[in-house]
Design a protein around this ligand. Structure first.
Ligand SMILES: Nc1ncnc2c1ncn2[C@@H]1O[C@H](COP(=O)(O)OP(=O)(O)O)[C@@H](O)[C@H]1O
Ligand SMILES: Cc1ncc(C[n+]2csc(CCOP(=O)(O)OP(=O)(O)O)c2C)c(N)n1
Ligand SMILES: [Mg+2]
Length: 306
């Protein structure tokens, strides 16, 4: 008997997409956000969920969990070239949860909404054995940057350091010591809202890295109908010795930005702090990873729920 596991996460999303009509003047399923042209601007809408023991361990500090819940959503808005504005919050709570834990969560959530000029407009509250946090975030942009608009012969860039969240997760799971940088990247990631104005003038296509650098690069390739050569030695990788370089580029949860840009903008882009040129696009429709001249064939490209 066929199961959801046989379909796979992205097979299932494709199946859902085919069942429904596409909106005429808007972009729906398939990008980091839906893009809705509205009164000379574009609204960006995204929704992501965090579920206990699927996305976080039960002892995740509640203030950091609030930071994670908001930043994974801000990251999708930023990946489409926008700023977040309005939010809806759905919570499933275990009735035995301490109110002091919930207060810690809300105190942090309020501070982080306020810091990012986000207004909470509504939500939903239900009971469940496991804690889950679901945020719908609405943002705005004058110029949406999609996954589908990269062209062949462009440069491929990535922001920040890749693999720290993976090493933070590994350390918490296996009870080994790890740097604060790695632990924080897993527990309380920061979306790259700080870089959006600098990248936006040049980016032809962009995605945030939630499922792993390789898998998310592949999403740009598939959506844009192009290929990419990526050079492992050019990626700014986390220094931790706990995981292999391949693990670091396939675990996910980096919430860094991967984008393409015309080669003529290389000097301007390389002047920006915290951005690395990691590869080039081409017409091959294949993603090839090189390590010091040799092709690597990874066993997996990134995280899939099933
Ligand atoms: N159950 C669903 N129903 C409709 N659209 C979905 C569903 N799950 C995912 N999508 C859409 O599929 C695309 C890929 O989803 P996902 O991999 O979760 O993206 P992201 O990493 O940006 O959160 C997005 O456009 C998302 O809105
Ligand atoms: C307890 C626990 N187990 C495993 C993981 C690893 N993990 C869970 S989801 C995920 C990828 C990102 O989550 P997803 O729900 O796919 O977010 P989206 O791509 O939709 O933004 C990873 C690496 C984790 N964070 N916590
Ligand atoms: Mg998602």
């Amino acid at each position: 008997m066929n199961t959801i596991k046989d379909l796979g996460e992205f097979g299932l999303i494709e199946k859902i997409k085919k069942l429904f009509d596409n909106p005429e003047n808007a972009i729906g399923i398939g990008d980091d956000c839906a893009v809705l042209p509205f009164d000379k601007t574009n609204l960006l809408v995204t929704v992501d969920t965090l579920i206990e023991n699927v996305h976080f361990f039960s002892n995740h500090p509640m203030d950091k969990l609030a930071i994670k819940a908001i930043n994974i959503n801000i990251s999708d808005i930023v990946a489409c070239g926008g700023y977040p504005k309005w939010a809806f919050l759905s919570l499933s709570l275990n009735p035995e949860m301490k109110t002091s834990s919930l207060e810690m969560f809300f105190d942090s959530l309020q501070k982080n909404f306020s810091k990012n000029n986000i207004f909470l407009l509504g939500g939903n509250t239900t009971k469940d054995d496991k804690l889950s946090i679901n945020i719908t975030l609405i943002g705005e942009t004058d110029k949406p940057i999609l996954r589908s608009s990269a062209k062949a012969n462009q440069d491929v860039y990535v922001t920040g350091k890749i693999g720290c969240a993976a090493c933070g997760f590994f350390a918490l799971k296996n009870n080994v010591t790890e740097s604060n940088e790695c632990l924080e990247k897993f527990l309380a990631p920061q979306a790259r809202i700080d870089l959006i104005d600098k990248i936006k003038p040049y980016a032809t296509a962009m995605i945030d890295i939630s499922d792993g650098l390789l898998q998310d690069a592949m999403h740009i390739c598939t959506s844009s109908n192009i290929g990419m050569d990526i050079f492992l030695e050019n990626i700014n990788l986390c220094e931790s010795k706990h995981l292999s370089n391949i693990d670091k580029i396939t675990f996910g949860e980096d919430y860094e930005l991967l984008f393409c840009a015309d080669k003529k903008h290389r000097n301007s882009l390389l002047e920006i702090n915290d951005i690395k040129l990691i590869g080039y696009t081409n017409n091959s429709k294949k993603l090839i990873i090189y390590n010091k001249g040799e092709i690597i064939i990874p066993q997996k490209y990134g995280f899939k729920h099933f």
